[in-house]
Design a protein around this ligand. Structure first.
Ligand SMILES: [Cu+2]
Length: 488
């Protein structure tokens, strides 16, 4: 495939010299070997720098470059402004966010504000834009006055290099603050995964790993490996968790505790739902309330998730269990003021499209197939409706001001997370549901193998051309993406 040979060429041009000197091309260190070199296991969880808007404006400079500290040591992974995750951008509805992105990488990049309901045109959340090595580009995001509060994130979105760059470390959190947030101490946990070679470069995936969606051997949170989170017994905190992994599904659980789920992605519920686990596909976020119920040391884990297989190409693939962080609850450490009072939950009414008339229905099908006989996995084509991504083609053409219902069908042997840029999706159980449950809004929806999911979308006030795609970013880079253009 052209894709792979280009990747190989980039590797030769950019990294060959360095990897050749240590003779470590393609070397995979064992998990045990990596663990033994981790310097920061057990250190306190740190958070990225927070850049907050002032007087309705936030201006941020992001320099995408190689060389960040990960898992307690300096590596040749990628970051923004020298860190991975990059700085956390914190804005309010109605603000203008301006970003200057400078590309000091070996490959084309750009910037996507995942989950934001902003214009995809021009200098906005435009996935067709290309920022070449050595170039700088201006981005401007006008956050609508009525934008939902929530946890979003940013990462590169240039077709063909997304998985490599996100795996390499390019991502950061983007928080839209609300007027009536619960009054709780907050913590941000950006979960990512990466494999590093002997020279501390991110490894290149093998072809089967690309097909399945690569998973890194190290699971990191805020760039740290298994850091410690100290709480006093009875403390109540709000945790914003981002799944920034390329392909790994997370199923989060805190030993000995229930979690309170406030919402998934940009949706904010009025009060937390008690849950034992929270499943996050790549791209999803969880807004959690954590109550330190008992003293001692508890693992925050991701439990294993079976995400299907490659059919005749091999068995099922499982995102394995891993410890994300250690939560240490100090029973004796209670001090006046350290324990949050029972928080009050704001009254919120989420929009609900179940009662709305549907103007148009569409069916969109994930497809994986052979491009030619005898080509094996090399010829495996990823797409929607039998077609690979073509930036020049418009695949879906909703009219502004309409509500559509999309049936997203997965007839492939593995699970795929479906992501639509700019417009959030309300998951509805079936056609014309008038259910009584709370509206379920997401921007990444898991479509399990051999199933279909119905979502409703209100193409209300933001027109333009953007994309929908599989959020297993290796699949997106291989063509599992389509173009949606909304016009009046
Ligand atoms: Cu996929």
């Amino acid at each position: 495939m052209a894709d792979l040979s280009r990747r190989a060429a980039l590797r030769l041009a950019g990294l060959g010299a360095v990897t050749a000197t240590v003779g470590a091309v393609g070397l995979w260190r064992t998990t045990a070997g990596q663990e033994s070199r981790l310097a920061d296991s057990g250190l306190t969880l740190a958070e990225p720098e927070v850049l907050s808007s002032v007087d309705g404006r936030l201006e941020v400079e992001l320099v995408a470059a190689r060389g960040v500290r990960l898992a307690g040591r300096q590596t040749r992974a990628l970051g923004y402004a020298g860190t991975s995750p990059g700085p956390t951008m914190r804005v309010n509805p109605g603000d203008t966010l301006r970003v200057t992105l400078t590309n000091r990488l070996e490959a084309t990049t750009n910037l996507h504000t995942h989950g934001l309901h902003v214009s995809p045109a021009g200098k906005g959340d435009n996935p067709f834009r290309m920022v070449e090595p050595g170039e700088s580009a201006q981005y401007e995001f006008a956050i609508p006055q009525d934008h939902p509060a929530g946890t979003f994130w940013y990462h590169p979105h240039h077709h063909g290099t997304v998985a490599d760059q996100v795996f390499g470390g390019l991502f950061g959190a983007l928080i839209v603050a609300g007027q009536d947030e619960p009054d709780l101490p907050e913590r941000l946990l950006v979960v990512s995964d990466i494999s590093l070679d002997a020279a501390d470069f991110p490894t290149d995936p093998s072809l089967p790993e690309v097909m399945m969606g690569r998973e890194g051997k190290l699971v990191l949170v805020n760039g740290q490996h298994q850091p410690r989170i100290d709480l006093v017994a009875g403390a109540v905190e709000r945790w914003r968790v981002v799944n920034a992994c390329v392909s790994r599904f997370l199923r989060l659980a805190l030993d000995g505790h229930q979690l309170g789920l406030l919402g998934i992605d940009g949706q904010a519920l009025t009060s937390p739902t008690p849950v034992d686990t929270v499943t996050l596909a790549p791209g999803n976020r969880a807004d959690l309330v954590v109550t330190a119920a008992r003293g001692g040391s508890h693992a925050l884990r991701t439990l294993s998730v079976d995400r299907g297989g490659m059919g005749m190409m091999g068995g099922n693939h499982t995102s394995p269990e891993a410890v994300v962080a250690e939560v240490r609850v100090d029973e004796a450490g209670q001090s006046p003021g350290a324990v949050a009072l029972q928080p009050s939950w704001p009254d919120r009414v989420l929009p609900d499209l179940r009662a709305r008339a549907v103007d148009r229905r569409r069916k969109i099908t994930f497809t994986m197939g052979m491009m030619g006989m005898g080509m094996g996995m090399e010829g495996m084509a990823f797409g929607f409706d039998g077609r690979e991504f073509d930036p020049e083609r418009v695949d879906q053409d909703p009219r502004l001001g309409t509500v559509e219902e999309w049936t997203v069908v997965n007839t492939t042997p593995m699970d795929h997370p479906f992501h639509l840029h700019v417009w959030p999706m309300q998951v509805v159980r079936g056609r014309d549901t008038s259910a009584d449950s709370r509206p379920d809004w997401r921007d990444v929806v898991i479509v399990p193998t051999n199933s279909e999911v119905h979502v409703r979308i209100s193409f209300d006030d933001v027109g333009g051309r953007t994309v929908y795609h599989c959020h297993i970013l290796d699949h997106e880079d291989r063509g599992m993406m389509g173009v949606v253009r909304t016009t009046g």
